[in-house]
Design a protein around this ligand. Sequence first.
Ligand SMILES: [Zn+2]
Length: 320
Amino acid sequence: MTRATGQLSEPKSMHDRDCLHRFLFEHLPIRGHIVHLDAAWRALLEQRDYPENIRDTLGEAVAASVLLAATLKFDGTLSLQLQGQGPMHLMLAQCSSQFGVRAVARYREVIDSRDISVLSGHGNLSVTLENDDLSQRYQGIVPLSSDRMAQCLQGYFEHSEQLPTRLWLHADEKGVSGLLLQRISEDTATRRGAGHVSSLLDVPPVDIDDAWARVQLLADTLKPEELQRLTDRQILRRLFAEDDVRMFESTPVFFRCRCSRERVSGMLKGLGAAEIRSVLQERGVVEVRCDFCNRAYQFDAVDIEQLFTTGPAGSSPSVH
Ligand SMILES: [Zn+2]
């Protein structure tokens, strides 16, 4: 653990890329996360040729998925999905509880807009949590109350029973960045460390409201290029120099696809022998390409025969 304020030597720049930093205000029930993805974002974009507005919208969703996943205690995958009838009919960003991310956008036509409502054709934005064996699932619908992802998610936190939360997101071809601030319950805050209890209990509730408003105003002064370019420590110093902010060790975030030959086999089995054999007959080989990582899985006649003689149809209907 290190302090963002005080006499610290400047960290080696760029060493906080492709990771998540958690931080908290020592004397306030407020916590936050900062994420920067550079290499992971470029890996995610490899062999993709998204129009700029779709690329950056997807990048914001990726940053948001990491920030949201970091607020939760769960074991599985968080999906942020936007689906509709618009020019960009599907956008999906996923972050696992181990902070492996992947994402995909599908679009029918290129339009010049960053408005997610316009892009998706007033579609549905949702946050879904699933554990790895898919036995548990929670889904929350996020109203498209604004043209940008960050503001919609803020509305979602405001209107659900969840903790007041603000997000700042930025994406371009080089990287994606995000900052999240969350007001946690005072009970949680006082439990978080014996050494920090007394000072916290001295803060009256009205002052906590003021402090929450103040830290949001400060964060609003952060320019997108600062969020992108500054190190996490510089961001915290730049915004909250007056506060005692504790920054925790970073957690790596990486691009990881969950597709596998086994999962693809399961999906092919699910489609049935007749359909797959007809594809095989037509093309000589069955090829399935993963939407997320673009990896191709090929099955020749021998593979297909093995697939349909080794047991009943698989239970997984999805490549992913
Ligand atoms: Zn894949």
